[in-house]
Design a protein around this ligand. Sequence first.
Ligand code: NAD
Ligand code: WQD
Length: 338
Amino acid sequence: MNILVAGGAGYIGSHTCVELLNAGHEVICVDNLLNSKYEAIRRVELITGKKVKFYRIDLTNYEESKIVFEENHIDGIIHFAGLKCVPESISVPLKYYQNNIDSTFTLVRLMKEYNVRNLVFSSSATVYGNPLKLPITEDDPIGNTTNPYGTTKYFIEKILMDICKVDNTLNVAILRYFNPVGAHPSGLIGEDPNGIPNNLVPYVTQVAIGKRPYLKVTGNDYDTIDGTGVRDYIHICDLAYGHVLALNKLVTNCGLVIYNLGTGKGNSVMEVVRAFDKIVGHEIPYKVVERRVGDIATCYADPTKAYKELGFKAKYSIEDMAKDAWNWQQKNPNGYEE
Ligand code: NAD
Ligand code: WQD
């Protein structure tokens, strides 16, 4: 199939492009490179030996985005394009609402005009807020979000649900990712955060390589196995492959479907740190600091529905995630460096 990958130069997008090309799909990538580099696309081509058709376009611009639909026959869209920095979304909420929601409007409007029926949307476990029960299932309540970024995901889910109610020709897969980490085993593509990383794993790898003195463990007084936060870390390649499976589901004319993409297993911050100690070969220095505002104690998925309906099962362990994240960091100490 011809798949338009919106935001395909980013962390999850680039790994998904690899899985799509390996599965025999053609990839048309649209990205404004606001939070990514073209080099990621070049490396996707290097890994797969296949070409990616690339457009540098801002998807909030309808007229420019239309060109992509004029020039290509598109069978399906995977929509990664969005801003994702939680603290930034708290300080500049409008930027988040405008970018994340407008880019979605453009895509769904063009889908209608060009008769594209299949859409995969990148949602997040953040839509569950502080979960009422664990593990989290897809029918658990959503919307009690703790930051504007999460609220954009919730709003977009609602928009997609509403348009599917009135158009039964549309097939939409909402994928709620848990915590994607790691990198492609080649070490050619990986996560390339701007400035100081917000997320645990890129912070740990920057400490391991000596760019930062120590990890700040944000809270060790949670009601968890060792007091530190517990999350469902999923290897980026497992997550990326989940998109190929979601597309297979969409072409069965399934209408709107929602899946958690996680492993079903929770690991604490200290368990992650210990996995890195082993892979890196020395102890990662850390200090315990205050909790982060808005953080929850524990979050992990029930991945049963994705397994039953998509055949999705994560195969990589936390040690694999640490190994591949460290390999990427060592081979690219300054990211893509264009
Ligand atoms: P990323 O920032 O690496 O990738 C997003 C890409 O979208 C970037 O390349 C960026 O330049 C592009 N983009 C942003 N706005 C755009 C616009 N208006 N027009 C065109 N391109 C635009 O982020 P990621 O980690 O790869 O995340 C991909 C998606 O998955 C995002 O929607 C994110 O919210 C969602 N998600 C990410 C995580 C995570 O932990 N990484 C978890 C859950 C959900
Ligand atoms: C993981 C654990 C921290 C950094 C975020 C977004 C979420 C989703 C995924 C997009 C927590 C602890 C972290 C550090 C630490 N993104 N930590 N020191 O917060 O679960 O999820 O990314 O949808 O919306 O909120 O991930 O990697 O930031 O934190 O101790 O320097 O590591 O307290 O327990 P989080 P994270």
